[in-house]
Ligand binder design. Structure first.
Ligand SMILES: [Fe+2]
Length: 144
């Protein structure tokens, strides 16, 4: 799967470049292929504390709020990331079947490093990408 990164806002697209960035509206020329855009744990089977603070954790449940709905809860991460003005999670992006569906912006101090989306889709691959202002972009996926 090819990874394309918007050089204006850091938004990630998989396998195709949109006519305009779906987050910042920059033209398609703002995107470049960057296979290293998403950080990977050095040892996926044995995460360091730094990894655990950045790899998104995705939990999916039937909605207690809406009918025919899956609630997708994302936290960053298994060890809660700090939300200080100098070091915090900027956003959490959601994808379904590798197509972007939503970004949740997070402000330091007032927000926890977490977001929830309410999906009408009942199956597919859910991807969460988070952007840390110091440590870059990290990703997780689950099947629903
Ligand atoms: Fe960080």
């Amino acid at each position: 799967m090819k990874i394309y990164e918007c050089r204006t806002c850091g938004h990630i697209e998989f396998d195709r470049i949109p006519a305009k960035c779906l987050v910042c509206r920059s033209p398609e020329t703002a995107f470049c292929e960057n296979p290293d855009a998403i950080k990977q744990p050095a040892d996926p089977g044995n995460l360091s504390d730094g990894d655990k603070k950045h790899v998104p954790v995705i939990k999916v449940s039937d909605s207690g709020l809406l009918a025919d709905c899956k609630d997708v809860h994302v936290t960053v991460g298994d060890i809660e990331h700090v939300m200080d003005p100098k070091h915090y999670i900027l956003y959490i992006d959601f994808y379904l079947d590798h197509r972007f569906i939503s970004r949740v912006w997070l402000a330091p101090e007032v927000c926890k490093p977490a977001a929830t989306l309410h999906l009408a889709a009942t199956s597919g691959t859910v991807t969460a990408i988070e952007g840390c202002n110091v440590h870059g972009i990290w990703m997780s996926e689950v099947q629903i």
